[in-house]
Design a protein around this ligand. Structure first.
Ligand code: UDP
Ligand code: MG
Length: 332
């Protein structure tokens, strides 16, 4: 392990009492937890940094919680957050991130599929000046068809749509600068879109290949149904990135085009009447004009409504419409 790297001495990350928070979402992983904790300690212990490990019990029905409380009793650096019921992996990650104190947050799965031994590499890459380093399961050990192939197609689509080229969005093993996560709210299955959302607020994102291991204990919590949620979340993310701040331009522009077309169709109708004596009710143009006009106005009003919603969103949360990376003063 790379004990020679002195991460704590590097000052690009603000000094905090804890340098690194490791966040682990847990749902029915009783047989994995002890091994995972040992792996984590083996890696983190050699780094010479201050760290904490936050386990989030996401409504487990097996002995996970009992395992976790044993771990927390025996290790001061570990905290267990118990959620009241199962809220899903993304919500569990959010809970852990909200309670994290470290300047850097690393998330990983509890099922031993992610390898804690990759954490030093992620931190080293972050120290090169990135805000987010994402793991890429280059040699993924899941079902080739139902998981790996579906995921490959999904990743290609996601990277086309979100303008951020990553090989593997779904890998939980990622390192983040915590302050970056303050600007991102997570819903649904959205943890996989954190890199895309981070890139939207101007974060520097890197990706490195990481180890991936087959699941030995416990079962995967997901099937093909997740693909649907991911696609829906993708649409939301794309909408938020493309439309927010431009709502009236996008919808209004579309609406104006439709209203314009409606006038053209009206004009054509008049010319037909004057030149060829075709009555208004003999042509479909009247209907077309009316339809285009109504659709156009609807679209303009939709733009205005979206614009209002976006302003309410920013103002109700006191959210600025910008994100500051750094403030320099004098020689600092
Ligand atoms: N998980 C969770 N809440 C859920 C489902 C999953 O906290 O509702 C956790 C689970 O315990 C594991 C991680 O999220 O640590 C990834 O889940 P899983 O291994 O089932 O997903 P896969 O690797 O098959 O995509
Ligand atoms: Mg897994």
């Amino acid at each position: 392990m790379k004990a020679d790297r002195d991460f704590g001495a590097l000052h690009s990350i603000p000094a905090e009492d804890v340098y690194l928070s490791v966040v682990v979402p847990v749902r029915d992983e009783a047989d994995n937890l002890r091994l995972l904790h040992e792996d984590l300690l083996a890696t983190l212990g050699t780094l010479g940094i201050s760290y904490e490990i936050i386990y989030v019990d996401d409504g487990s029905r097996d002995a996970s919680l009992a395992e976790l409380t044993k771990i927390a009793d025996s290790d001061k650096a570990s905290t267990v957050i118990q959620l009241r019921r199962n809220f899903g992996q993304t919500a569990a990650l959010s809970a852990g991130i909200d309670h994290a104190r470290g300047g850097v947050v690393v998330c990983l799965d509890a099922d031993l599929q992610n390898d804690p031994a990759d954490i030093p590499e992620l931190l080293a890459k972050l120290e090169e000046g990135y805000d987010l380093v994402s793991g890429w399961r280059a040699n993924r050990k899941d079902h080739w068809l139902f998981r790996n192939s579906v995921s490959r197609v999904a990743n290609t689509i996601i990277s086309c749509i979100t303008d951020l080229k990553l090989h593997d969005c779904g890998c939980t093993l990622k390192a983040y600068r915590r302050e970056l996560l303050h600007h991102i709210r997570l819903y649904g299955q959205m943890h996989r879109f954190i890199p895309a959302m981070a890139a939207m607020v101007g974060a520097a994102v890197a990706e490195i290949p990481v180890n991936h291991r087959p699941r030995i204990h416990g079962r995967s919590k997901y099937g093909l149904g997740r693909t649907f949620s991911v696609v829906m979340d993708l649409l939301t993310v794309k909408f938020l990135s493309g439309v927010s701040g431009n709502a009236i331009k996008v919808f209004g522009g579309f609406g104006l085009i439709l209203v314009g077309l409606s006038f053209c169709s009206g004009l054509a109708m008049f010319f037909q009447k004057i030149l060829y004596g075709i009555s208004f009710i003999q042509t479909p143009l009247l209907l077309l004009s009316a339809l285009l006009f109504i659709l156009g106005f609807q679209s303009i009003f939709m733009g205005l409504t979206a614009e209002l919603l976006i302003r309410t969103y920013h103002e109700s949360q006191g959210k600025p419409t910008y994100v500051v990376r750094n403030i320099y003063k004098g020689d600092r």
